[in-house]
Design a protein around this ligand. Sequence first.
Ligand code: FES
Ligand SMILES: [Fe+2]
Length: 392
Amino acid sequence: MQQHEQVAMIKRLLALREDRRDEKMLDEVVHIPISKYTDQALLDRELASAFTTYPLIAGHVSQLSEPGSYIASDWEEFPYFVIRGEDGRVRAFYNQCRHRGSRLVDQRAGSVKNLVCPFHGWVYGLSGELKGMTRSHDFPGIDKSEYGLVELPATESGGFVWVARSPQASLDIPGHLGSFHDDLVNFDVASLVQYKKTRVVKEANWKLLIKTYLEGYHVPYLHRETLAFAFKRGVIAYDVEGPNIRLSAARTNIGDTAMKPEAEWRILDYASVYYTLFPNTFFILHPDYVSINTFWPDGPERSIWTHEMLYRAEDFPGSTGQSALNKRFTFTNDDVFDKEDFAVAEDVQRTLTRGGSKYHVLGLAEGLLAMFQDNIDQRLDDVVEANNEQVA
Ligand code: FES
Ligand SMILES: [Fe+2]
């Protein structure tokens, strides 16, 4: 958001606060069948549509700072790694040796000079080319140039590294995110550095986990001991760009804007700004740090949740800075997300298949959940085969 857009957003939030209402999201109450969270056949269709045709976030660019640095997939379903080449380009490959399929990198992130297969020692360069075969005399007639790693679409944009499962997927990130891409650029997400990234299995459907973020209704109740004080009388404004949703939630101090000229208003001083980056990332801008939360389905009732926290080094100098940062991370990650939001989501998931109601009901202030669900559902028929292409 440019400064004038930040001022406009703050004015929207101040007006909503007067009315004590979120921006209108729905005309009527919506019912969501619980099978959306339990059905394997539906998950298979989601994987073949939203998770195949859209760009997925591999991580933050600070993890690929030099040639040879790589980020590996957090999701067994899609075993890739992204690596920066000697030429500075970012490329993604299946994490699979072309000899007999061993994994080439086994850390979630790291740095290598070459990719050496642990099984029989074949060596690949950073651009995926097969550089050397051990006992090459035992492979007569094999042309090395035909046994490079299988490449996938990848790019870096707006501070994130993006990949896609389908070679046909478009990686036009500014086109995909519209004005939200400008937000990433204006907030200079690319210049942040990673504090920590965690990966945890949660016993809940991936959509159920994302949906915990999409309304403010629960904040005074579920978060009464943690976040509620910061968002007292909080109200939400929202915008959409294609299937992506941005929600801006006023903080308790938004009335303090009256004491400053508009030219000095900064949205993050008075609100938190959240994005659902379609399909599976929930990205949060706080005043002094940023959170990337991504949810990878591992069956209809289980997901892998990764949380990458980013910050600006000058905001948290020295050991005091690092301990402040650790406190922020622990509070957000453990106390709020894990022990409150996702604990309740797991609890809900446990009840789903044990009888009782067959649907959930969404009130008008929960409209973004309905919108998100709709965005997933609308694409269920856009099925594209993921790239399993191999040399015959
Ligand atoms: S599987 Fe990689 S060298 Fe054999
Ligand atoms: Fe929450």
